[in-house]
Ligand binder design. Structure first.
Ligand SMILES: [Zn+2]
Ligand SMILES: [Zn+2]
Length: 332
């Protein structure tokens, strides 16, 4: 049975990861993810007379339950796991009784309050795991739609993509823009879910919290989470969409996504995530599954010499240049 000493070691082991690995060091990033996940899988009730195992909840259900109670001046915290035996809550971050932080962040979805830095990290992990679940469902649906529409040319497609473009194969931004666009085919429910996840993830960024925590804390885990998750790939696809009509129709999603990107851009500790070249993921089982070493092979990367593709910033920049140049071209 793990002791409270083990719990302290767990917190210390996380804060030792001061320097994030390079983006192309997939094994290094996965190692950090696996280290964190191994601790998430084995929490025990903080109550000395209980110490029951706290099973890691299904991320979808956990977020739903948390949101339902994340209201008012004493909002529940995403890092709190309830013991089924003694009914007490344990913070999966610090392994203590969840304590209410003096500052809360109100979002349209929930009032976000972090017990501790590691609790916030756990919350970000949960939200990214859920994002990947939704993204993978979206990919499945798009693959089905693509099969159905094979050979058909859409006349009302956006101008940002060339024919045959698959938004889930992360092509280089140097590829010619594609014309078939799957965004408008996604249902509103998925957009709403992603909108909420972007809003919450923004509120979970360390810089968004009003400075209650040390600014010198390590962010290596967050770097690895964001690099391994499918989130930045989706953000890239969204910013590469230059169909103004589509963006307008999906303004809520775009607004929340841009607020998230802006928050990262303003954070000196994270802005590099937008500028660095990214690893091209051809297939992934999602962030949660990749916490297990046995699932590593399900992450399929580009086998080219570098395996790196354009940064999110480069993709966005190219899109805006196209949009800016479009009226000039049409007048010439
Ligand atoms: Zn208990
Ligand atoms: Zn805590």
């Amino acid at each position: 049975m793990p002791s409270s000493k083990d719990d302290t070691g767990y917190v210390q082991s996380l804060s030792m990861n001061n320097k994030p690995p390079a983006p192309e060091d997939i094994e290094g990033n996965l190692r950090i993810l696996r280290n964190v996940y191994s601790h998430y899988k084995t929490p025990r009730c903080r109550e000395p007379t209980c110490r029951a195992s706290l099973p890691l909840p299904n991320v979808k259900d956990h977020i739903k339950t948390w949101i339902a109670n994340a209201r008012g001046s004493t909002p529940s915290q995403i890092s709190g796991i309830q013991c089924l035996r003694c009914r007490k809550f344990t913070c999966i971050g610090c392994r203590k009784k969840p304590s209410l932080n003096r500052s809360s962040i109100s979002t349209d979805v929930a009032v976000v309050n972090h017990c501790c830095n590691q609790g916030r990290l756990f919350g970000t992990w949960v939200l990214l795991c859920r994002f990947d679940e939704v993204e993978l469902q979206l990919q499945q649906k798009s693959a089905l739609n693509a099969a159905k529409n094979a050979g058909r040319v859409k006349e009302d497609s956006g101008t940002g993509y060339t024919r045959g473009h698959n938004p889930f194969l992360y092509k280089s931004a140097d590829d010619p823009p594609a014309e078939i666009i799957n965004f408008r085919q996604q249902d509103e429910l998925t957009d709403r879910l992603m909108t909420q996840l972007f809003q919450l993830l923004t509120a979970f960024l360390p810089s968004v919290d009003s400075g209650s925590y040390s600014k010198t804390q390590s962010h290596a885990e967050l770097w690895s989470f964001f690099r391994i998750s499918l989130l930045l790939g989706r953000v890239t696809e969204l910013v590469r969409n230059d169909s103004i009509t589509d963006m307008t129709k999906r303004s809520q999603l775009y607004r929340s996504m841009l607020a998230f990107v802006t928050a990262i851009a303003k954070d000196p500790a994270f802005v590099q995530l937008l500028i660095e070249k990214r690893v091209e993921k051809k297939a992934s089982p999602g962030l949660q599954a990749l916490g297990e070493e046995r699932n590593t092979k399900a992450l399929v990367l580009n086998a080219s010499s570098t395996g790196l593709i354009a940064s999110l910033f480069t993709c966005a920049n190219k899109t805006y240049q196209c949009v800016l140049q479009a009226p000039l071209s049409s007048n010439s």
